[in-house]
Design a protein around this ligand. Structure first.
Ligand code: NAP
Ligand code: ZN
Ligand code: ZN
Length: 366
């Protein structure tokens, strides 16, 4: 965000804001301090705002990167959580698309300029002024940082809220709000579908949903995992083939075979190995966010006109489209439901890759 904009907006908007009553949340004030119960403020309802009671919130590896300040821009105190499913409890006077009692979802984006070419094209994730994320972003209304979904309620403009189908299992649907859209958007953009060999690299929260979505799009899905226990499980999740990526012999069989590889790995890894698995004109698309830079060998891209690219979540309209697609194909995440009091233990296990495949918090435990 450009310097000055935040303060200007804050002055303009803030004079009409009365802080709401305290809201219960789970967060932390500092690095290496375990998350614990705290109180936060939610803004008073604006004319276009929706207030929801949060029912379930997923735990994404991005929450973990942020509480560990691995990207170097964490604003403490922090309340993570951006895979939010709730039920609308109040609506502002001008709200058109929600009524009290509706199911509602909030993902990563809760505001953008609304008028740049990208916002007009429903690509809010590329907004010229930068988006406001659901947590750890400058809060234009209350100052400080936005607080995420590890909390009792969420308040935001209806434009950034999506509808959740009543037919979905709500706890298992929560991870679709970030993991779902983050993999759906590139799979669609790079045309995963019939006749395409699509690799999914890293079978965690994002990767396991990617297997299901790519399969439903009609692609031939090949999983690349470092975890022997996930090789078998990949087939249950819908993969056509599963490869233990630490086994050089198995990997050799996939050289020049893949049209597209979606890379969801959260830590530093060798992407050249995967560029070598591409057919000519194939792409490795990174959605994982290893904090360290990745190295690319020139010959790994120039040979075969390979592309190495990336993708960042997706716009709000596409998030709704993804939810409708998942409802139609009966796709949700495989989850381990926890109480909020187990959150620190869950983060330790997520760090070790010890979850099949997404922790979701039952917010009733707050
Ligand atoms: P996750 O559940 O922890 O899964 C990551 C998977 O990566 C692990 O299960 C593991 O899969 C693999 N992995 C981890 N460390 C590895 C290593 N050192 N070498 C090789 N493979 C390793 O994480 P997630 O929630 O799916 O998120 C994945 C990444 O995407 C994170 O960096 C997150 O911040 C990022 N993300 C990006 C966006 C975006 O918009 N671009 C949105 C959401 C999340 P195997 O056991 O199968 O090897
Ligand atoms: Zn996420
Ligand atoms: Zn914009």
């Amino acid at each position: 965000m450009k310097p000055g904009i935040y303060n200007d907006n804050f002055k303009k908007i803030n004079k009409n804001i009365m802080e709401t009553k305290n809201t219960k949340a789970f967060g932390t004030e500092a690095l290496n301090v375990p998350l614990h119960a705290m109180n936060i403020k939610r803004r008073a309802l604006q004319p276009h705002d929706v207030e929801m009671k949060i029912l379930f919130c997923g735990i994404c590896h991005s929450d973990l990167h942020q509480i560990k300040n691995e990207f170097g821009h964490t604003m403490f105190p922090i309340v993570p959580g951006h895979e939010i499913v709730g039920r609308v409890t109040k609506i502002g006077d001008h709200v058109k698309s929600f009524k009290v009692g509706d199911l509602s979802g909030v993902g990563c984006i809760v505001d953008s300029c609304g008028k740049c070419e990208y916002c007009e094209d429903n690509l809010e994730q590329f907004c010229d002024e930068g988006v406001t994320f659901s947590f750890n972003s400058p809060d234009k209304y209350l100052g400080g940082a936005t607080y995420g979904g590890f909390s009792e309620t969420y308040v935001c403009n209806e434009k950034y809220v999506v509808h959740i189908q009543e037919t979905l299992d709500l706890a298992s649907a929560a991870p679709l709000l970030c993991a779902g859209i983050t993999v759906y958007s590139p799979l669609k953009h790079w045309q995963a579908g019939p006749g395409k060999m699509v690799g999914i690299l890293g079978i965690g929260g994002l990767g396991h949903v990617a297997i299901k979505i790519a399969k439903a799009m009609g692609a031939h899905v090949v999983v690349f995992t470092t975890s022997p226990s996930k090789v078998e499980d990949a087939k249950r999740l819908g993969a056509d083939e599963a490869v233990l990526s630490t086994d050089a012999e198995q990997m050799k069989q996939y050289v020049r075979k893949m049209h597209l590889i979606l890379d969801t790995v959260s830590a530093k890894h060798d992407v050249n190995t995967y560029l070598n698995l591409l057919k000519p004109d194939g792409s490795v698309v990174l959605v994982g966010l290893p904090p360290e830079p990745l190295e690319i060998g020139a010959f790994n891209v120039v040979s075969g006109r390979h592309s190495f690219s990336g993708s960042n979540i997706g716009g709000i309209a596409e998030t709704q489209e993804m939810l409708d697609f998942c409802a139609k194909h009966n796709i949700t995440a495989d989850i381990e439901l926890i109480n909020v009091q187990q959150i620190n233990e869950a983060f330790v296990r997520l760090q070790k890759g010890d979850v099949k495949y997404r922790f979701v918090i039952d917010m009733a435990s707050l």
